[in-house]
Design a protein around this ligand. Structure first.
Ligand code: HEC
Length: 137
């Protein structure tokens, strides 16, 4: 391997964070579509005011699905979490595009149900980046 190629490879690897394509600023705007059901709240610190129909999405990226304490999730999402579903850029985008279809496929169960009926048509990677960006170090 030539030096030039090796350097390029290293640069490529380090230039590829988890949400390379997400724009947190755009994601914050897109989150308005989620706020009727979701808030983002770290303890008493409200980062994005929203409803309680869905779970608090603070720290959801990197977390096991269906694991926000005190929220009554549907059975299928909890089951997916137990089977190892963790929210990353890819699973988050697939889920928010069509929660029910995603759970059916993930669980390989045609009867899987989702309590979230909303479908996000585009911008999931931005919302994912935004959700990551608000988490306190
Ligand atoms: C109409 C209400 C509603 C809207 C709008 C909505 N959601 Fe949800 N969301 C829910 C509910 C209810 C659940 C719990 C699903 C279940 O238990 O099956 C959920 C679950 C989730 C989860 C899984 C959380 C976890 O702890 O595992 C993610 C991620 C999520 N929503 C993201 C979003 C995003 C991003 C948007 C906006 C683009 C959005 N939702 C819009 C109601 C909604």
């Amino acid at each position: 391997m030539s030096f030039k190629y090796a350097a390029l490879l290293v640069a490529t690897v380090f230039a590829a964070p988890a949400f390379a394509e997400g724009d947190a600023g755009k994601g914050e705007k897109t989150f308005k579509k989620c706020k009727s059901c979701h808030m983002i709240k770290n303890g008493d610190d409200v980062i994005f005011k929203g409803g309680k129909t869905g779970p608090n999405l603070y720290g959801v990226m990197g977390r096991v699905a269906g694991a926000e304490e005190g929220f009554k999730y549907g059975k299928s999402l909890v089951e997916a979490g137990e089977k190892g579903l963790v929210w990353d850029a890819e699973t988050f985008a697939a889920y928010t595009a069509d929660p029910k279809a995603f759970l059916k496929e993930y669980l390989d169960d045609g009867a899987a149900k989702s309590k979230m009926s909303y479908r996000l048509k585009k911008g999931a990677e931005d919302v994912a980046a935004y959700l990551e960006s608000v988490v306190a170090e």
